[in-house]
Design a protein around this ligand. Structure first.
Ligand SMILES: NC(=O)c1ccc[n+]([C@@H]2O[C@H](COP(=O)([O-])OP(=O)(O)OC[C@H]3O[C@@H](n4cnc5c(N)ncnc54)[C@H](OP(=O)(O)O)[C@@H]3O)[C@@H](O)[C@H]2O)c1
Ligand SMILES: *[C@@H]1O[C@H](CO)[C@@H](O)[C@H](O)[C@H]1NC(C)=O
Ligand SMILES: *[C@@H]1O[C@H](CO)[C@@H](O)[C@H](O)[C@H]1NC(C)=O
Ligand SMILES: *[C@@H]1O[C@H](CO)[C@@H](O)[C@H](O)[C@H]1NC(C)=O
Ligand SMILES: CC(=O)N[C@H]1CO[C@H](CO)[C@@H](O)[C@@H]1O
Length: 266
């Protein structure tokens, strides 16, 4: 039987789809004939990125690429706003989603061990842990995502969970929390599959912001020595890891690394 691409004719919602890794995932699945909905914190940027994606695929009907903002830092309204988003994009559950990809991440708050407080310790968990937790709850209702192994929820971690850079102990903490959450949700949401991608350094907006605090030579040195390959990843590279986790109906509760072999680097 001829191979059918499992990313054609599916509906994919990408949190973080307005930038970096999530934008590359949206771009990849669109190229395969998916319907995509992207989300970010502000509607104006969402609309710009929807228009940019549409410009890449001019023959694609406008209904195949849409976008809706939710500010995932608005914790008191998080469940209400996410429920409203899911109701809108699925037309109250009539047009179910097949895949949800979560790459949203706000500017990193990395309090240091010498002056961390109970309050500052929790800031990094808002977008990266609390939002996926509530999305898991909404998937569990069965209203918005087809309850079958063809469906998936993919979250995003990082190599700092296993090999923290100096000063990154809180980043390692929230990274580990989402990894544990992923495994727990894989059990609780089955047969919907839940997995995580572990990116290494990927050349995106958030990395450029991180690099901007260092001199150019230091940045070049970091790129060169980050992993085993003498370079860092493009968003379109790591996007392939998300595509695997969406396509393969036998993979759940696992971590897919696209990290330049950073964990093996001495
Ligand atoms: N790039 C790397 O080297 C790397 C490595 C390991 C892990 N990661 C992690 O991977 C994730 C994606 O990274 P990236 O490099 O693609 O970053 P990015 O280019 O900065 O994209 C981050 C995305 O998150 C969204 N976002 C931020 N705050 C939000 C909020 N309050 N509400 C809703 N959406 C929000 C942004 O949307 P708006 O701007 O539209 O609000 C944007 O779409 C992050 O969690 C990052 O820490 C990245
Ligand atoms: C638009 O989405 C539908 C449903 O997923 C799909 O059948 C169609 O091929 C897509 N169109 C393009 C041009 O990708
Ligand atoms: C904590 O210390 C770092 C430097 O180690 C400094 O940049 C930061 O402003 C301090 N934060 C607080 C809340 O004191
Ligand atoms: C893998 O997934 C396919 C499609 O859902 C299913 O038919 C098959 O039985 C699964 N294989 C195993 C070993 O679970
Ligand atoms: C982006 C979004 O939908 N934000 C809404 C979240 O909920 C509050 C309270 O109802 C609204 O004011 C926001 O507009």
């Amino acid at each position: 039987m001829a191979h059918v691409d499992r990313l054609s004719n599916v509906r994919v919602l990408v949190f973080g789809g307005t930038s970096g890794i999530g934008f590359a995932v949206a771009n990849l699945v669109l190229s395969k004939g998916s319907q995509v909905i992207i989300s970010g914190s502000k509607q104006a940027k969402v609309d710009d990125k929807v228009a940019l994606l549409q410009s890449y695929y001019p023959s694609n009907p406008a209904s195949n690429i849409t976008g809706h903002a939710v500010d995932l830092l608005d914790t008191p309204n998080l469940e209400k706003n996410l429920t409203a988003l899911f109701d809108t994009v699925t037309e109250q559950g009539q047009k179910k989603l097949d895949h949800i990809v979560f790459t949203a991440g706000d500017a990193l708050t990395l309090p240091k061990v010498d002056n961390v407080t109970t309050e500052s310790a929790m800031l990094g968990f808002k977008v990266r842990l609390q939002a996926p937790v509530i999305i898991g709850k909404l998937i569990h209702t069965g209203k918005y995502v087809t309850t079958a192994p063809s469906s998936s929820f993919t979250v995003t971690g990082g190599t700092n969970t296993k090999k923290p850079m100096k000063g990154w102990f809180m980043g390692a903490s929230f990274g580990a929390s989402i990894e544990g959450c992923m495994r727990g949700l894989a059990v609780d949401l089955a047969p919907v599959r839940v997995n995580m991608v572990q990116p290494g350094m990927i050349d995106t907006e958030i990395l450029q912001k991180f690099f901007s605090q260092f001199p150019a030579e230091t940045v070049e040195q970091m790129k060169l020595t980050h992993g085993l390959l003498g370079t860092i990843g493009e968003p379109s590279d790591v996007a392939e890891a998300y595509a695997w986790l969406m396509r393969d109906r036998n993979v759940t509760g696992t971590v897919a690394a696209s990290d330049n072999g950073r964990l093996l680097k001495g």
